[in-house]
Design a protein around this ligand. Structure first.
Ligand code: CTP
Length: 399
């Protein structure tokens, strides 16, 4: 996955204990194709050495405004020239104060002042330092200057206290960088979606379900959030973390899912049905665990409502996107479902290609025909699906 291919990033590392997490961040950014140039402050170098960052980034590490390796002595200009963004992680309270004041007395502060590219900062400090009015003033000032503040999070801190001020984890920072570069094609849009399986109770410990990891749905939710949408994800039981910027509503059965979808629907511009909703549920769920008798038994099933079809049939229906996982005849079944449920767009895939795995092959169907996407990681496919969908939406407020 080369989601940052061709991107040049300057990573500033200041003197906080969270500097150790910056090493992992460099590895993740590099793995995604980014060309990372690390600038280490004097304080940062006390926590992690330049050698570590040099080995992980494959580039020289810079600490000194007067570094003789820059032949024109213009390290602060040369480093940001051609960069796509500057990220400071960790950004200490002192770093935020200095940036807010526009100081230029070391390499990192000087290049931040000399840059004409976006700046992202990931604060990391003790909770009292974070809550201090001076820090809050500096953060507000930086945000007002157009700096993107990433985090911090609440949690256990190196000082032994618990509270706000912990730097985001490397994976979260990595996601924030990816999201930063995604065009905000869904800004101002509300997306309601379903993902995962449903569980239809037979008794308190048994249920009928569909095989679904939820990975594709969660990838779509993450991609919608990255594209700037407000996302409500109604999810059946899955073992996946909530994507950044997504509101998850947990449900178990198809009936619960339907109720949660209709609760979330007011104001929605888009509805995406990715869930593998059980088509049937036991007519009656036993109140207590059913004991084995050794005899044959049968369960009477009754059909579940088709959530997607119901939403698409509303007089003021949002733009509806369906999914179809088929074991054969993909084109015929997918186009059939799109027509039956009156969907402007449907994403089809063959179960053998994608179920449960991290990769998938999908075909998009819309009024203009079929659009096969090459096999890719689910996160990459999700970005392409969301991009395609964004191109079909009516203008904001134009529904
Ligand atoms: N869907 C839904 N509610 C249901 C069933 C399906 O919202 N009760 C949605 C799914 O989230 C998906 C699409 O409808 O977007 C799948 O269409 P469907 O024809 O219902 O697929 P299957 O249930 O797989 O149909 P079949 O078993 O007939 O192949």
């Amino acid at each position: 996955m080369n989601r940052l291919q061709g991107r040049k990033l300057v990573l500033g590392v200041t003197g906080g204990v969270a500097a150790y997490k910056a090493a992992e961040l460099v590895r993740l950014l590099g793995k995604a194709g980014a060309d990372v140039h690390v600038v280490l402050t004097e304080g940062g170098a006390r926590f992690v050495t330049a050698v570590t960052f040099q080995a992980l980034s494959g580039n020289p590490v810079w600490t000194d405004l007067w570094d003789p390796r820059m032949d024109n002595n213009m390290a602060h200009i040369d480093l940001v020239r051609g960069a796509d963004a500057v990220l400071i992680a960790p950004a200490t309270a002192d770093c935020l104060a200095r940036l807010a004041q526009g100081r230029a007395d070391d390499l990192l502060s000087t290049l931040c002042l000399a840059r004409d590219v976006p700046l992202l900062v990931a604060p990391a400090m003790n909770r009292q330092m974070w809550e201090h009015p001076a820090t809050q003033r500096n953060v507000a000032c930086l945000a007002g200057d157009g700096v993107t503040i990433v985090g911090p999070a609440a949690g256990e801190q190196a000082c032994g206290e618990t509270g706000m001020g912990r730097m985001l984890e490397p994976e979260e920072l990595f996601e924030a960088v990816i999201a930063f570069f995604v065009p905000k094609r869904l800004a101002g849009r509300k997306v309601v979606m379903t993902a995962g399986p449903t569980y239809e109770a037979i008794d308190p410990v048994r249920a009928i379900t569909n095989t679904s990891s939820g990975k594709m749905g969660y990838a779509i939710a993450a991609a919608c959030a990255r594209a700037g949408a407000e996302v409500v994800l109604v999810s059946g039981p899955v073992a996946l973390p909530v994507p950044a910027g997504v509101k998850r509503v947990d449900v178990r059965s198809a009936l619960d899912m339907r109720a949660a979808v209709f609760d979330a629907l007011p104001g929605a511009d888009v509805f995406v049905g990715v869930a593998a909703v059980a088509d049937y549920r036991p007519m009656l769920a036993a109140e207590h665990k059913i004991k084995k008798s050794g005899e044959q038994m049968s369960i009477t099933l009754t059909p579940n409502p088709d959530i997607l079809a119901e939403v698409a049939a509303l007089s003021d229906a949002p733009f509806c996107v369906g999914f179809a996982a088929e074991s054969r005849d993909l084109d015929a079944y997918a186009e059939g479902k799109r027509a039956n449920k009156k969907l402007p767009m449907l994403v089809g895939n063959l179960v053998a290609d994608g179920l449960g795995g991290d990769d998938n092959t999908v075909v998009l169907y819309d009024d203009a025909g079929r659009h096969p996407l090459p096999r890719a990681a689910k996160a990459d496919l999700a970005a392409q699906i969301v991009d395609h969908m964004a191109g079909l939406l009516p203008p904001v407020g134009g529904r």
